[in-house]
Design a protein around this ligand. Structure first.
Ligand code: NAP
Length: 220
C-alpha cells in the first residue's frame, strides 16, 4: 500500500496493553496509525479531548480505549469518582464519535469489559459506565448504517497487561482459577481487529464480542 493512500487509524489508549497490540497489528495491515498515550489525549480531561478533536477531524478507523477505574465497593464510590470516570469512559467517547468523522465504510471498535454482561460487586464504576457506553455505541451504530460504518464492542475478560496487575495480586493463582486456566494474550485482540478491518468484514456491525475465555457462561 502506497503511504499517500494509507487509511488512517486512531487508537485512543494505544500506548500499552490491548490498545498497543491493536496499533501494532494495524500498522502491519498498512494503516497510518496514530497511537495515543495520555500525553496525546487524556479522556478524563475534556479540554484534552477537545484539543485532540481539533487536530484529528476524520479517520477511517478508530478505537475507543483508555485506562480502567479502580475496583471499589458500592459505599466507597464518591461523586468525584463518578465525574472523573464518566468523563473518561463515556463523555469523551461521545465527543470523539460526535466530532471525528469516520469515513464511509470505516470502523469503530470500543474496548469495554466482559463485566458488562455480569456486573459484580467490586468493579462497579467500570461495569456501570461501560454498560451505558455499550448502549450509546449501539445507537451510534444504527445511526451510521447508511454510511456503512462497522461498529464492534470488544468485551475482554482478563488479559495479560498492566491493568490485570492492578486488579489481581497473585496472577499465577488467578490464572489457575480461570475456566481455561489461561489469561488472555492481548495480541489476539490486535489480530482480531486487524482481520476485521483488513478483510472488510461488515455484517458483524452492532455486535458485542466477548473475549473472556468462557468466564461468562451464557451463549448469547
Ligand atoms: N486487561 C484486562 O484484563 C482487561 C479486562 C477487561 C477490561 N479491560 C479494559 O480494557 C481497557 C484496556 O486495558 P489494558 O489492559 O490494555 O490496559 P493498560 O495496559 O493499562 O493500558 C491502558 C492504555 O490506556 C491509556 N490510558 C490510561 N488512562 C487514560 C486516559 N485517562 N485517557 C486516555 N488514555 C488512557 C494508557 O496510556 P498511558 O501510556 O498514558 O498510560 C494505555 O495506553 C481498559 O479500559 C481496561 O479497564 C482490561
Amino acid at each position: 500500500m502506497k503511504s499517500s493512500f494509507k487509511k488512517k487509524a486512531i487508537i485512543i489508549g494505544g500506548s500499552k496493553g490491548i490498545g498497543k497490540s491493536i496499533s501494532t497489528n494495524l500498522k502491519k495491515a498498512g494503516f497510518a496509525v496514530t497511537s495515543c498515550s495520555r500525553k496525546e489525549v487524556d479522556t478524563s480531561k475534556l479540554y484534552s479531548v477537545n484539543e485532540f478533536i481539533k487536530k484529528n477531524k476524520s479517520a477511517d478507523l478508530i478505537v475507543l480505549n483508555s485506562g480502567g477505574p479502580p475496583p471499589k465497593k458500592f459505599k466507597q464510590i464518591t461523586i468525584d469518582d463518578w465525574k472523573k470516570y464518566f468523563n473518561q469512559l463515556f463523555l469523551s467517547y461521545f465527543l470523539i464519535l460526535k466530532n471525528i468523522d469516520i469515513k464511509r465504510g470505516g470502523y469503530v471498535f470500543y474496548i469495554s469489559s466482559s463485566i458488562i454482561k455480569e456486573p459484580g460487586n467490586s468493579i462497579i464504576i467500570s461495569s456501570s459506565l461501560r454498560s451505558a457506553m455499550s448502549s450509546l455505541l449501539k445507537s451510534y451504530s444504527l445511526e451510521n448504517l447508511k454510511k456503512d460504518i462497522t461498529v464492534i464492542n470488544i468485551a475482554p475478560g482478563p488479559f495479560k497487561t498492566k491493568r490485570v496487575k492492578e486488579l489481581v495480586k497473585d496472577i499465577d493463582k488467578f490464572e489457575k482459577s480461570l475456566p481455561s486456566g489461561k489469561i488472555g494474550n492481548p495480541d489476539e485482540i490486535g489480530k482480531f481487529v486487524r482481520f476485521i478491518a483488513q478483510e472488510k468484514i461488515k455484517y458483524i456491525s452492532g455486535s458485542t464480542v466477548y473475549f473472556d475465555g468462557n468466564i461468562n457462561k451464557s451463549y448469547i
